[in-house]
Design a protein around this ligand. Structure first.
Ligand code: NAP
Length: 259
């Protein structure tokens, strides 16, 4: 029997690792993408042993033309169809727009915008031909409340998924932007974001985030915001004037950046 296959970018850590585990648990074969090949191989060994699924390892830097192209080729391979694409790989910059490096800003756009767009375009024709498939793009509540280039890139992911979902209406293919709040992963350490003063109630459980995402996907939603508390916070962020949200965020200063 041919099992469905999920391709997860940024699978080696955090939210991507939780997606990879969940899809393995659901009986999907996997294609794992991240830069660190050894980490991917170890992850693949564990997933094969635990869930008895086929796991391919595809080390690639999605910030480069060649790395992204290699994953596009795999996503478009009609002989080995991808049923679920999880555009998850991502990072944030350790500096605001006044202090960031222009090349780092470009890398951010390459990984958070260019790669999800290109991988989606690569996977879609096969999904439409089979009239079956799902495209999950991991955005963030930052899309609604954070006025940084990271927030702008995540806002793109939300709009992109909403537009795609509308275009796909009436087909068997679904598209959804997942907008998590704070999740304990390597993300903050890597981005030099100090989260030491974030209260416990703001942290989400990574497996619960994946559960809510897949439930919203089944329900045909285009945007998934896990947990009532973040649904409320983002609703406020959407209706309040941008300046008020920015001032409230800055006054809170819960997420101070290390310099
Ligand atoms: N954690 C949060 O609070 C939070 C909240 C909202 C949204 N998000 C979003 O969730 C997604 C996953 O983040 P996370 O929290 O799980 O972070 P994480 O633990 O740092 O994991 C990031 C993953 O992306 C991979 N990656 C990074 N740059 C890459 C590149 N250029 N090419 C290929 N793979 C790359 C990393 O592996 P390698 O380093 O080996 O490449 C790793 O597997 C991101 O899109 C992030 O913006 C996170």
């Amino acid at each position: 029997m041919v099992m469905p296959t999920a391709l997860v970018t940024g699978s080696s850590s955090g939210i991507g690792a939780a997606f990879a585990k969940r899809y393995a648990q659901l009986g999907h074969d996997l294609v794992l993408v991240a830069r660190n090949a050894e980490r991917l191989r170890n992850q693949a060994t564990e997933l094969r042993a635990r869930w008895h699924v086929d796991v391919e390892v595809l080390p690639a830097d999605l910030g480069t033309d060649d790395g992204c192209a290699a994953v596009e080729t795999r996503a478009a391979d009609v002989g080995r169809p991808i049923d679920v694409l999880v555009n998850n790989a991502g990072f944030t910059l350790g500096a605001d727009l006044l202090h960031s490096d222009v090349d780092a800003e470009e890398q951010l756009l390459r990984v958070l915008v260019r790669a999800p767009m290109r991988l989606t375009k690569a996977a879609l024709p096969g999904m439409l031909a089979r009239d079956r498939g799902s495209i999950i793009t991991v955005a963030s509540v930052a899309a609604f409340v954070n006025h940084s280039s990271y927030g702008a890139a995540k806002a793109w992911a939300v709009r992109f998924s909403e537009a795609l979902s509308l275009n796909l209406a009436g087909t068997g293919v679904g598209a959804l932007a997942l907008c998590p709040g704070l999740v304990r992963t390597e993300f903050h350490e890597r981005g030099h974001v100090d989260v030491s003063r974030v209260p416990d109630w703001l942290w989400l459980d990574v497996d619960q985030v994946v559960t809510e995402c897949l439930r919203d996907l089944r329900r045909g939603k285009a945007v998934s915001i896990p947990s009532l508390r973040y649904k409320g916070l983002t609703a406020a962020g959407r209706v309040l004037p941008r300046g008020v949200v920015a001032r409230a965020r800055d006054a809170g200063r819960t997420l101070k950046r290390r310099r």
